[in-house]
Design a binder for this molecule. Structure first.
Ligand code: FES
Length: 559
């Protein structure tokens, strides 16, 4: 790709010279000098929003990236795209990931830039930016906003959002009162940045660094740490280097680097959501991630990182312990070392140096893992013919082999209205089933972590087997079967489950079975009525085009 700067992708007026003259003239109106306009341009995709707390530090990151570009002799141009703040979006941020990916792709392609720095952080933003960058395929560097630092409550550290759920569970169970939960509310999210644990945002940051699209060592730097600003400045310089010697996202994100990223996802005990996002990102590069591959890699990759929600620590500990580099060094024998990053360095070259001191309480040695097998597996069986995802690292081992009676909720409204009904017929060894929360039905909200019915929570029940076609927050934990495909709304077998049916989960066999005859399941599905679809706007486009979880929920026309 040649460096064209301001002459990239001219506006069509039927006269190229006129277009360039007009563009220069209008650029001059922004006070940019002619010599600056003659050089390379680095776009900076900025995602600040009053509805996105995780991107609160965007202005200082943008300034630092710009400084890096200017110092290297280029012209930084900041441009906005939509921003997705996880907890501020209705019905769920997942519905808008593909919209942000389209926005990012089209604005990279439409505007004159030789390279781009993408600044994201909150759960859906990094996948959206990487999907867009892969499709636009001009040189790109990912920079994350970085994780939050922890707050304090009664001598204990608090971090969004594993502790949000832990204390909410205590409140529902009557262990703490309304005053205390209000105090905790004010101490869960106390700095800028993304959730403080190994949730989806942190997992995606680790994936970005492993893929090589983000600079080495940058995934885990806390949002408020000065090193985050240095990383931003370095990202600007790296983007400028790419204008001279282009390396495109599709050269960086390949079958091999995706396999490495999958391994890191499993080794850090990462989020179930990241499976969907990595699948969607890889899909833009023409790379498939079959569930069989996830299981193979999971069975040979230990969990090495002891962070919540799987273990004990927070992202600030992971950063201090050695971050992604330390994990990569432990996994070295299992990685493809000939992948390249945005600086043109192979992973093998990156891992040549021995690295710094590693805190082994947080990042364990390969021979002394948190768990000998990876954090996630795919399940299959007659309840999920196209598969389901299960986070074994965050589940209760005594429920790994479990058969129980189904207690069915037909949709999200039904769940909300009945889960705490004292008359609900439910016992601790039942299996909670939620239907109609898949990609097409409900844009796959993080509702798969069904609350323990209040009357059971009050008896001290902490976990139950739960099954749905929904997702679960990366910060959540429990024996939760997610992403059941095909989803119930399009007639997947989940639609056939009725109250009182028996269901069997076997983690050893990686299976999820509805213990009802095939004939009876078919008979029930023949009577299934699909829910109404939205008829206008983005909702209609989404419903028509979104793919199922095993295809990453990307739009069928974008892959
Ligand atoms: Fe943004 Fe958790 S809410 S990362």
């Amino acid at each position: 790709m040649s460096k064209k700067g301001i002459a990239n992708g001219l506006t069509n007026y039927g006269d190229r010279d006129f277009s360039l003259y007009l563009r220069r003239s209008f650029a001059r109106s922004m006070g940019i000098s002619a010599p600056m306009l003659a050089g390379p341009i680095v776009g900076i995709a900025a995602t600040e929003s009053g509805f996105n707390n995780c991107h609160r530090n965007m202005p200082e990151l943008v300034e630092a990236v710009s400084r890096g570009v200017l110092a290297a002799g280029g012209l930084p141009r900041v441009f906005p795209t939509i921003s997705l703040g996880e907890v501020f979006l209705n019905p769920t941020s997942m519905m808008f990931r593909n919209l942000m990916a389209m926005d990012t792709e089209e604005m990279i392609r439409a505007q004159p830039m030789d390279a781009v720095v993408l600044i994201g952080g909150c759960d859906k933003t990094v996948p959206a930016q990487l999907m867009g960058a892969l499709s636009a395929n001009i040189p790109a560097v990912q920079l994350v906003t970085g994780p939050m630092s922890t707050g304090r409550h009664k001598g204990e550290r608090l971090g969004a959002c594993t502790d949000c759920r832990r204390f909410w569970g205590k409140y529902r169970g009557g262990e703490i009162d309304a005053d205390e939960i209000e105090t905790i509310e004010g101490n869960l999210a106390v700095t800028s940045g993304t959730c403080a644990v190994m949730g989806t945002a942190s997992t995606m940051a680790c994936i970005g660094e492993t893929l090589g699209i983000a600079l080495p060592g940058t995934a885990a730097i806390p949002a408020v740490h000065s090193a985050r600003l240095l990383a931003a400045e370095a990202s600007g310089r790296a983007a400028m280097a790419l204008t001279a010697k282009p390396i495109t996202p599709r050269q960086v994100i390949t079958e091999k680097s995706v396999a490495n990223a999958l391994r890191v996802l499993l080794a850090v005990g990462g989020s179930t959501n990241a499976v969907i996002h990595l699948t969607a990102i890889a899909g833009r590069a023409g790379v498939k991630i079959p569930y069989a591959l996830i299981n193979r890699i999971s069975d040979e990759t230990p969990v090495l990182v002891d962070l919540k929600p799987v273990g004990e620590g927070y992202m600030e500990d992971f950063f201090a312990a050695g971050g992604v580099g330390a994990v990569l060094r432990e996994l070295k024998s299992l990685l493809h070392l000939d992948t390249i990053d945005v600086e043109g360095r192979t992973l093998g070259e990156r891992l040549e140096d021995k690295g710094e001191w590693v805190d082994r309480k947080v990042i364990r040695e390969f021979a002394d893992p948190v768990s000998k097998v990876g954090g996630l597996i795919a399940l299959s069986g007659n309840l999920a013919p196209q598969g389901a995802i299960f986070k074994r690292a965050a589940a209760t081992e005594s429920l790994f082999e479990h058969e129980g009676r189904a207690v069915v909720f037909e949709n999200l409204e039904d769940l909300a209205s009945r889960i705490d009904d004292p008359a609900l017929d439910v016992a601790a060894d039942d299996i909670l089933v939620l239907k109609n929360a898949g990609p097409k039905a409900a844009a796959m909200p993080e509702a798969g972590y069904l609350p323990i019915p209040r009357k059971l929570a009050r008896q001290g029940v902490k976990d139950m087997v739960r099954i749905s076609d929904a997702r679960m927050s990366g910060t959540a934990f429990g024996t939760v079967v997610l992403h059941v495909a095909p989803e119930s709304a399009i007639g997947g077998p989940l639609a056939a489950v009725r109250n009182g049916d028996r269901i069997r989960l076997s983690v050893a066999k990686k299976s999820i079975e509805l213990l009802v005859s095939a004939e009876e399941i078919q008979k029930r599905l023949a009577e299934h009525v699909r829910p109404d679809a939205p008829s206008r706007g983005y909702g209609a486009l989404y419903h028509r085009s979104v793919t199922q979880a095993p295809d990453g929920c990307d739009f069928d026309f974008l892959r």
